[in-house]
Write a new protein. Structure first.
Length: 351
């Protein structure tokens, strides 16, 4: 290698180093470049919902059939994605095949909504392969949770389309979940999210309790989803802007130290310092683990990270890997009351 070529190589490396994201930079969409909020049309009886598997493989045809029957019981028709039953290891087909189903469902004029059958892992692999221009031109509700968080956040960030953190097809379609699903996606009305307060045979509420970490009220755009998936997107340009948002989070089967680590990541990336409020849903099976209660508890970790923000915070909302869950629109305006443990949509999340 000549001296000149060495110098040119060093110069190129220097430029590359300078253009890397700075510490604390989330790579979220800057406010001045964020697309205008786009409401999808509401769902109506007789509409067709496209079923996709953008992450893990569909190992059970019965699960797909139950999903189909559940949606039909809601008065909807069903169209299966071309690659729903594909399998590539633990994924539901190759990245190209899974992305093709997402793009095709948005482009299909006969489809009015899109529902993921289940999560798993793999949605983040699709983000560079999605046709965001076609998605923006054909707005329709996209619904799911867990790993589907990657699609919900990226599509909202790139197109402005409001997406929906709600049941996947393989979820339990009980009255609580169906009522929330209908209110948000069918009824075009402002929705109040409030945990049930059933006492039963007890003297007080013992199940699905709300814990207020910092009382107060706030208003902002709802942004969030699964904490693990969201934190894994840090540094990419597939995140919405977090400034003045109400951040909602949930997770499952994570040791407390990992929740601590991911919240630390959000803090170091500057996310937590931008939010107007935080709603932490359920963290199912998030126990101290082998360290036992000699370790920090989940409650202590949430207090340490979220109380210093001095914004309204509450935990325990019916959001997460649970059978009875809210359908929460990503990108819609909402008001929260941390003392009451409530969220209220400001207007409708669908057109």
């Amino acid at each position: 290698m000549t001296l000149r070529s060495r110098r040119e190589m060093l110069a190129s490396l220097t430029v590359a180093a300078v253009t890397l994201p700075l510490a604390g930079f989330t790579s979220a969409t800057p406010p001045d470049k964020a697309p205008k909020t786009l409401l999808p049309p509401r769902l109506k009886p007789g509409d067709t919902v496209g079923l996709i598997c953008p992450a893990g493989a569909a190992f059970s045809k019965e699960t797909v059939q139950i999903t189909k029957e559940s949606l039909e019981a809601l008065g909807l028709k069903v169209k299966l994605g071309k690659h729903v039953f594909d399998r590539f290891g633990y994924l539901a087909g190759t990245d190209q095949a899974r992305a093709e189903d997402v793009n095709a469902m948005f482009a299909d004029k006969s489809v009015q909504g899109i529902l993921a059958i289940h999560g798993g892992w793999g949605c983040a692999r699709l983000l560079p392969l999605l046709d965001y221009k076609t998605i923006q031109k054909n707005p329709k509700p996209l619904i799911g949770y867990s790993d589907i968080t990657a699609l919900l956040l990226a599509i909202h960030a790139k197109t402005g389309l409001v997406t929906f953190h709600g049941p996947v097809g393989s979820a339990t379609w009980n009255k609580f979940s169906v009522d929330s699903f209908r209110q948000v996606l069918f009824e075009c009305a402002p929705v109040l999210y409030q945990n049930p307060k059933e006492v039963g045979d007890n003297l007080t509420v013992t199940k699905d309790r709300i814990t207020t970490l910092t009382p107060g009220t706030a208003r902002g755009k709802l942004v969030g989803g699964n904490l693990t998936v969201l934190s894994a997107l840090m540094g990419s340009d597939y995140l919405p802007n977090f400034k003045d948002c109400i951040l909602f989070l949930e997770d499952v089967n994570e040791a407390v130290y990992r929740i601590d680590r991911m919240l630390t990541q959000l803090k170091l990336a500057g996310v937590l310092d931008q939010v107007k409020g935080v709603v932490f849903g359920k963290c199912s099976e998030c126990e101290p683990g082998k360290g036992g209660y000699g370790s920090l508890t989940l409650e202590e970790v949430l207090e340490q990270h979220l109380q210093p923000l001095k914004v309204p915070v509450y935990s325990g909302a019916m959001i997460g890997h649970i059978s009875h869950k809210f359908t929460v629109p990503v990108g819609a305006e909402a008001e929260m009351d941390a003392a009451a443990g409530t969220l209220r949509l400001v207007g409708s999340a669908v057109a």
